[in-house]
Ligand binder design. Structure first.
Ligand code: GLA
Length: 387
């Protein structure tokens, strides 16, 4: 994907005039899944794939003319229409514009055409890439670039909550806006403090295997899990009126045991995963600092087990990819992102890489009729204006 490709479509589709071009990436996450909305830690990095958009104010009060290049789909809508557009991709544009207006940015009518090279529904945050790309553009065109990076992150998250039906955390939008080439980031989702971790594992490679089972977070399964976590926190808070319990981050293993019977096995088991995951992120940070990739990998397998058996967000194909990684001596492997399909992320020794990939392709295709897509991870920069 390059600027000229997006520009040629923008010019052809609208009135021949050019605008400005913005880009925002998708993300990977080394470890820390479903911890963000529980006030825990995450360990994401931006990738070299994402969304690119050309945008220009069109002089109207509130008419947005939008073209999704990859889908060849055109939607026009009005910002003052309270229902917003129906097409799911256009709701990201509408949502960001509305959230920016709430922030006091005088967003008026604009034209936009966009395309992407981050696989859709693969758990690599194509939706956060759209949100942060559109936010970057609106900030530049209507906001004098005064909206802070964190407000862009929060506007993206609010778009998911208010216009797309997903009660997500802040990891994806954070990674897309703050990403830095060559670095993973450890974010404390409660305090929002974060650090950049240069990531160059000597002798290892990070590779994603996309099962091509479409991961879809809109609808109930993702939000259900969030509700389970919140139920447990409420039960613990009720038992301990003296304490301050906002998220599972504030809860201990003992407190979880105390409310087990009351909250029921399903909510208990989900919260059990989250408490374990919170500890695993910190263990992985320590191991990384010591160059101990075996421990990093071990924790990744533990996360996969928890996501599959406790949080129940895996599927047969992802479990099979994880088994294939184990069989091939891959150091670490797990489901990445929200789950329900998408990719596994694999930390593999460079000398085992080719054999693992060949074996996984062949065996997966024999079982499911198609090869997994192999995506080599390159850690790239966050949202930016290209021209
Ligand atoms: C999705 C959400 C994130 C996060 C992950 C799971 O990607 O958008 O906020 O909860 O799932 O870690």
């Amino acid at each position: 994907m390059d600027i000229e490709f997006v520009r040629s479509r923008f010019v052809k589709h609208f009135d021949g005039k050019t605008g400005n071009v913005y880009a925002s990436p998708g993300r990977i996450n080394l470890i820390g899944e479903h911890t963000d909305y529980n006030g825990g830690f995450v360990f994401p990095g931006a990738v070299d794939k994402g969304i690119m958009a050309e945008m220009r104010a069109n002089g109207t009060e509130d008419t947005v003319m939008a073209y999704a290049i990859d889908l060849k789909d055109r939607v026009d809508f009005h910002l003052d229409d309270p229902a917003g557009p129906k097409a799911s991709w256009a709701r990201y544009i509408y949502g960001i514009a509305k959230e920016f207006q709430k922030l006091g940015v005088p967003v008026k009518g604009f034209n936009i055409a966009f395309a992407g090279d981050v696989p859709l529904g693969a758990g690599m945050s194509s939706s956060a890439a759209m949100e942060s790309c559109f936010a970057c553009g609106l900030n530049d065109i209507f906001g004098e670039n005064k909206v802070s990076k964190w407000d862009m992150v929060l506007a993206g998250q609010a778009t998911e909550h208010n216009y797309c039906g997903v009660n997500c955390g802040i990891m994806d939008q954070f990674a897309s806006v703050f990403g830095k080439a060559g670095c993973l980031m450890r974010l404390d989702c409660r305090s929002r403090e974060f650090e950049y971790f240069p990531f160059k594992p000597d002798g290892y490679r990070l590779v994603l295997l996309n099962s091509k089972v479409k991961h879809e977070l809109a609808g109930s399964p993702y939000n259900d899990r969030r509700n389970s976590c919140e139920n447990v926190v409420k039960a613990i808070a009720k038992k301990h009126p003296e304490g301050k319990f906002e998220t599972l981050r504030d809860c201990t293993w003992e407190q979880l045991e105390e409310v087990r019977a009351e909250v029921g096995e399903e909510d208990y088991t989900r919260a059990h995963f989250v408490l374990g995951e919170k500890d695993r992120v910190l263990a992985v940070c320590d191991a990384l600092l010591q160059g101990d990739y075996e421990t990093v990998g071990q924790k990744m397998y533990e996360t996969h087990y928890g996501l599959s058996k406790e949080y129940e967000v895996s599927c047969e194909e992802l479990d099979y990819l994880n088994d294939l990684a184990k069989e091939n001596g891959v150091t670490g492997s797990r489901i990445m992102g929200g789950g329900f399909g998408g990719c596994t992320i694999n930390l593999v020794r460079a000398d085992l890489y080719s054999k693992f990939i060949a074996d996984a392709k062949q065996k997966f295709a024999a079982k499911y009729g198609h090869e997994p897509e192999v995506i080599d991870v390159v850690i790239g920069d966050g949202s930016r204006k290209l021209c």
